[in-house]
Design a protein around this ligand. Structure first.
Ligand code: HAM
Length: 417
């Protein structure tokens, strides 16, 4: 039997309705914040990611779905959305059109070990605000993320940290590198590879990050420049002023190289998410736009994994939010009325009444069983005798009556109210 690739999912029924419900809310909230939608290709040239997410990151070094196309170009199925949006922003000179606030929704691909909440093809909703640096934009973006959880009826804990400006980060990286050098013989090969280029990632490494000597590693807060410290302090003040609860997590360094200053994550508190508890993550990237060949602009954004939100919301989603039962079932009683029955279903649909038409292969008994188990309120049955005088049989629950076709729309609309 043919099977779907490892780490992917076929979605149907309740699951796809849940996904669509979440996307509906995300799009609605984007509208409230006046953030415009952008769509970029699902595959991009490999440099789009090596020059942004960074060559030492797990995403680029281990997890990319790479392929050579027929023109011998190195391509990648996008592992994340930020790099593509910035590439599009620069290539289409969107800054010249005064456009700065974007959101995207779509599939991303990472060659990871699949488990609950972690897939090889997953969907992200992401936001990127590209403009002059402004501390209130940082606050607004975190507020937006927080508002998304509220709108979905979900609780999540906000963790924040600051990676400082380049000067702070360089000084801190140097101190961490020197410290870890003393424990070289206890580091994994992965960490040894990172020691020169990206020692901070060792601090939150799945294996080395838990070792005893990490506890006494230098602390970032001792290396912030005056400006970086003030920036972080002001964000914390703003969040408190707007009553957004947060915790500072000094170990939060994030796995992508482009971040500077504020980084944040919303993590699950429900216990539903298993080990993949980060529901939403993001931060500021001060140098990325310039680094990718664009103008001197800063950016901030985040992305949330829609599959992880689906796991979170599964137990609390209102039944009617994912209910796709039609307003009416339409079924012919005899062969002769099969064609007219489809016409009647279409008549209802034209009037905005959702209808499922059942072909004659459904014997009437089967059709009624389907109707009764569906939760649908109305079944319209088309019999020869009734049709001859312009009528149909309408069944509501177990009660049946004959109704003029000309009055059918009004009749069903009233039941629907
Ligand atoms: P990220 O932390 O790599 O950041 O991913 C963001 C979110 O995507 C995660 O918190 C998680 O919810 C979801 N996610 C990541 N990998 C998987 C997976 N394998 N399966 C299911 N869900 C997953 C970024 O991607 C950045 N581009 C976010 C950003 C935007 N920063 C600034 N702007």
């Amino acid at each position: 039997m043919l099977q779907k690739p490892k780490g992917t999912k076929d979605l149907y029924g309740k699951e796809i309705n849940t996904k669509d419900f979440i996307i509906g809310i995300l799009e609605y909230v984007s509208g409230l914040y006046n953030i415009e939608k952008i769509e970029t290709p699902i595959f991009e040239a490999v440099e789009t990611f090596t020059k942004s997410v960074g060559e030492t990151s797990d995403i680029v070094s281990k997890e990319m779905f790479e392929f050579t196309d027929k023109g011998d170009r190195q391509m990648v199925l996008r592992p994340e959305g930020t790099a593509g949006v910035i590439r599009a922003f620069i290539e289409n000179k969107l800054y010249g059109l005064n456009k700065s606030r974007f959101y995207y929704i779509g599939p991303m691909f990472r060659y990871e070990n699949p488990q609950k909440g972690r897939q090889r093809q997953f969907n992200q909703y992401g936001v990127e605000i590209i403009s002059q640096k402004n501390i209130l934009i940082d606050t607004e973006v975190i507020m937006l993320a927080s508002f998304i959880f509220k709108s979905l009826g979900l609780k999540a804990k906000l963790l924040i940290n600051s990676l400082g400006d380049k000067e702070s980060r360089d000084a801190y990286s140097k101190a961490v590198r020197e410290y870890l050098y003393n424990y070289k013989d206890q580091l994994t090969q992965d960490s040894l590879n990172r020691l020169e280029k990206n020692p901070l990632r060792i601090l939150d490494d799945k294996i080395d990050g838990k070792k005893d000597f990490i506890k006494n590693a230098p602390k970032f807060k001792d290396f912030y420049t005056k400006e970086s410290k003030e920036y972080f302090d002001e964000i914390k003040e703003n969040l408190s002023a707007y009553e957004i609860d947060f915790e500072v997590d000094e170990k939060l360094v994030r796995g992508l190289d482009y971040y500077t200053d504020i980084v944040f994550e919303f993590v699950s508190v429900s216990g539903e998410a298993g080990s993949q508890s980060t529901l939403l993550a993001g931060g500021r990237y001060d140098n990325l736009v310039k680094q990718m060949g664009g103008p001197e602009l800063s950016g901030i954004g985040f992305a949330t994994g829609i599959e992880r939100l689906m796991i979170e919301i599964e137990k609390t989603i209102p039944e009617d939010a994912i209910d796709t039962t039609p307003a009416a079932f339409v079924c012919a009683i005899s062969e002769i009325t099969e064609k007219p029955s489809l016409e009647i279903a279409n008549l209802l649909r034209s009037a905005g009444i959702s209808s499922e038409w059942l072909p004659r292969s459904y014997k009437i008994q089967k059709a009624l069983e389907k109707y009764e188990s569906s939760g649908c309120n109305v079944a319209v049955l088309i019999g020869e005798k009734e049709l001859a005088v312009g009528n149909v049989i309408v069944r509501v629950g177990k009660k049946q009556e004959e109704i003029k076709i000309s009055e059918l729309i009004e009749y069903i609309s009233e039941i629907e109210e």
